[in-house]
Ligand binder design. Structure first.
Ligand SMILES: C[S@@+](CC[C@H](N)C(=O)[O-])C[C@H]1O[C@@H](n2cnc3c(N)ncnc32)[C@H](O)[C@@H]1O
Length: 223
């Protein structure tokens, strides 16, 4: 499918799939959305209680969520094991056109971002003292872990274009993959998504969304 790079409202870039009119991130601000949904509403909640955080990302994509999580892990001195699932990896060239390291302006972020994209798939790589990354090239439905993760970043394309990914069938796998009290965060606030999460046993909260979106969801696997 044809992809192009576009600039979102906060000045950060994202990839657009033209045929679907769907983006990898919110058009209201890619970096803003990533911080709000995944870091503030997800990572910060978990890292308060855990010394070691295991994260499963559904949709590694451009690596933006992984990059900002790596930065948080170092800033807060929390050990993170990050597993990113992605069936259709973006190329290094495409990733670099997005200029995330340039925009985020942390020292060393460009080298780290490059490393994230260059390291081999299906192996675990210790990229910084506090952050390891394992990229798995497979379909979301092939995730079959049990009680392993503290946090799921559920970052699939929207239900409008991939409705099969926002169903109880996949959420059941997420529920199983999480440890007791583990949480799943997603940018979606659709009623059908909330109900499918509840159907598999999650307790679901509606939280304020990032700029441009009224709400988002956080689902907890209560003990
Ligand atoms: C919204 S984007 C993810 C954005 C990403 N988290 C980031 O920070 O750039 C959704 C991702 O899911 C991937 N994807 C779509 N269908 C998939 C499937 N069935 N299994 C695995 N990955 C899939 C896409 O290739 C895309 O990279």
């Amino acid at each position: 499918m044809k992809r192009k790079i576009i600039v979102t409202a906060d000045g950060s870039k994202t990839i657009q799939i033209e045929d679907w009119n769907e983006q990898y991130h919110s058009i209201h601000g890619a970096v803003q959305e990533a911080y709000h949904v995944f870091i503030k509403s997800g990572f910060w909640q978990v890292e308060e209680k855990e010394h070691q955080v295991r994260i499963l990302e559904m949709g590694f994509g451009t690596g933006l969520n992984a990059l900002i999580t790596m930065h948080e892990a170092e800033k807060r001195d929390v050990s993170v094991e990050y597993v990113g699932i992605e069936r259709y990896p973006v190329s290094l060239d495409e990733a670099f056109q997005l200029e995330y390291p340039k925009m985020l302006k942390w020292s060393g972020s460009e080298a780290m971002y490059r490393k994230m994209h260059e390291v081999s798939w299906e192996n675990t790589h210790q990229l910084t003292p506090n952050f390891s990354l394992e990229k798995c090239q497979k379909d979301f439905f092939e995730v079959n872990q049990s009680s392993l993760f503290n946090l799921v970043y559920f970052d699939a394309f929207g239900a409008r274009v991939q409705p099969e990914l926002w169903t109880a069938a996949l959420f059941e796998k997420m529920f199983r993959a999480l440890k007791p009290n583990g949480i799943l965060v997603t940018y979606s606030a659709k009623g059908s998504v909330r109900r499918a999460l509840q159907e598999v046993g999650f307790v679901v909260e509606r939280l304020p969304g990032p700029p441009g979106k009224r709400e988002m969801l956080r689902a907890t696997k209560k003990e």
